[in-house]
Every structure is written in C-alpha cells, then in structure tokens.
Design a protein around this ligand. Sequence first.
Ligand code: AMP
Ligand code: MG
Length: 405
Amino acid sequence: MLTVEQATEAILNQVQVASTSHVALQDCLQLVLADDLTTPHDSPPFDKSMMDGFAVASSGFAKHGERELAVLETITAGTVPSKTLDANCASQIMTGAAIPDGADCVVPIEQVTFNKSGSSVVTICSKNVLLERNVLRKGVSARTGELLMKSGTKLEPQHIAVLAEFGVAKVPVFRRPTVSVLATGDELLAIDQPLTPGRIRNSNEPMLVSQIQRAAATAVPLGVAKDNRAELGAKIREGLTCDFLLLSGGVSAGTLDLVPSELAAAGVVQVFHKIQMKPGKPLWFGQLTTPNHTCWVFGLPGNPVSSMICFELFVRSALRKHAGISPAAVECFPATLTESITVRGDRPTYFPARLQRTATGLNATPVPWGGSADLRSTADANGMCVLQPRDTTYEAGDIVDSIAW
Ligand code: AMP
Ligand code: MG
C-alpha cells in the first residue's frame, strides 16, 4: 500500500498541466496566467489631477502672499483641456481629469477663494501652491513595455482589475477543467426525498461539487449510478468525457463494489488502489488515455468524511497541478494542538480540526469525531491535522501538521 506521500507523487506524475487558451476576463477568477504580460500603455495614460480644485502654474507664485487668477475653463473627467495656462490664470479641474498644458499643481477647491464677481476670478494663497502637488504624471504607475504580470500568477480580484485597466479582455490562462461527479449506491436518495428504511441521502454529490467549485474547477454532477454494471458502466463512460471523473463509493471489498472493474472495462488504467491513511484507505486512482483526450479518475471511498478528506488531499493537488499552480501538492502548516488526543492503528490519521490563527502561530483543535461516516462533526471543522501513528497520547502543546480546507 502506498503512503500518502507516495500516492501524491504518483498522482502528480500522472496529471498534466492544462492546455492554455484565451479566456474572457470576467471568467478568469482563480485561473493561472499562462504567459508573461507586458503593459500595452502607460499608467496613468495622461497627466491627471488627484483632486477637485484649480490647476495653476506654480512658477507664478512668490514664497508668500496671494494672487488673483482668471479662470480659463472647467475640465471634467473624461474631457480634454482646450486651453494652455500661463502664470496669470487657473483652470477649474475635477479628480481624474487631464492636467492642462502649463499647469504643474492642483490646489484643492477647499483652499481657493471665489471672488465676488463670480467664479471667473479666484484668489489662491502661495502657501497652498507646491510644484507637482496633486498631479499624477503619465506613466508613474507603469510604463509601456514593462512586465505587467508574470506567468504563473493566480488571478484574484486585484489581478482582474489590473488586467481590466490595461484592456486585456482575453487572457492567456491554463484552461479551467471539467470535473464530473458520480455517486454510486443502491441506498442513495436525492436530497429532497424523505428517508425510507435502509436508505440515506446522497450527501457526497453536493459536497464534492462544492469542493470542485472551491478549487476553481467546473463541476459536472451526474447523479447516482445504481450498483449494477449496466448503469454504472454507462455513467462512467459519460463521466470520462470530462478532464477528471470523481466517483464516490463502490471501491471497497463489498460484493457490489463494482467501480474498479467497471473502470477497467471502460479502459481506465489503474495507477494505485488503497493507501496507508485513515480515513480514505480504499482510494482508487487511474487514467484513461485516448488519442485526443485524457481523463484522470478518482474512486473516492463512499463514506462521506473519507471522500471529503481524499478530495482535499489528493484531488485538490491534482487540480492544482492541472491549473498550473506550483507547488501543486496541498500545503501543510505546523500547528499547536490545544487538546490531548489518542489515535490508534498503524496508519496516519487525517483528523477533522478547527484551525485558528493566533499571534504566535496556528492552533489546531480536533473536533469530537466518530470516524469516516460521522459527517455532522465536520461542520465544526475548517481543516484537518495529521496525526502520525504512535504509542503515546498526543498532548496539548504538541506540534502537528495541519491542512486548511
Ligand atoms: P461504499 O464504499 O459504497 O461501500 O460506501 C461506504 C459507505 O458510504 C456506505 O455506508 C454508504 O452508504 C456511504 N455512502 C456511499 N456513497 C454515499 C453518498 N454519495 N453520500 C453519502 N453516503 C454515501
Ligand atoms: Mg456502495
């Protein structure tokens, strides 16, 4: 049986980085930039005012005293000045408007006195005039041809905004993958159905769909396949048209655990089955390769917490690799246990926990948890801590690895 580390390595060896395409900017959130981008123009693209006020030529002002200036025009944002200033005049200007030729200072409107004759003459005090005051010069933020954004940048709202500023409407990115979700089991009911004897609701589908969405991939839910070869085989073939296929259930040792054999029948080649971890031991992973399509397939254990944890550990790493994120493997952070806890057995336990940032680092509080079928308790968790097998109890204050969800 592979260790978690070996399984992760096997998955990351198999999964390839997505092809690249040009995607509309509004659809790029959390995709990864596939090319270095250079600035197509200066930012700002013209000298602009940072205040509502009056543009003046500072050279006309002595150290002290005040001056009366004739007002030439009013320049609003989006228009261009039509008059050149000299030392005897000023132009009223709004924030974001282009600075007129001859001006090198904008005096805020609050510091200007309007003369009785109306707004055609204003009085301005020398102490409020300073070379370059409230003037943002063309190109101070970025110059044409500079590196704007590096390949490998994960596009968050701030990057989307910068790309919009520079008119990058179609962005070269690693393509967002499609991930189909197929729950298996005769016992599964839709979430809006009342319970009947022996049945449970299909909680894994909405869980996996939202985990996929959180990982910035496109989920394709396929509903439930009953535990018979005809239905399972047909749904598997449907799911294999996506970039990834996640099955839940049917990978253990039950008489109706048909997933591995039906995947093999559909041409999916097994990379590994079963790993040394708790929960999640029955995990299955393989790949379908055809001349023009590859699909990576995870057979997740049916028990909900096993499925959830295997997704966060393995599927998330696979999606990160495919998305062009480096390093691809999910990150572990050291955390201080706040309570003592005992684990049994010889496999590492991935234990649902409440992770909390403190002034001195990360704390991990394991939630009361009854094992792989106890989904309810994960509602109190926001991550997991990794408890390696050992004979003694873990004590409060011990440092363990943790993974945030
Ligand atoms: P299996 O691996 O198919 O034997 O399933 C293991 C356990 O997980 C059984 O108790 C199943 O009823 C349960 N299970 C399987 N699939 C789901 C699902 N989609 N939602 C909730 N529980 C499930
Ligand atoms: Mg089953």
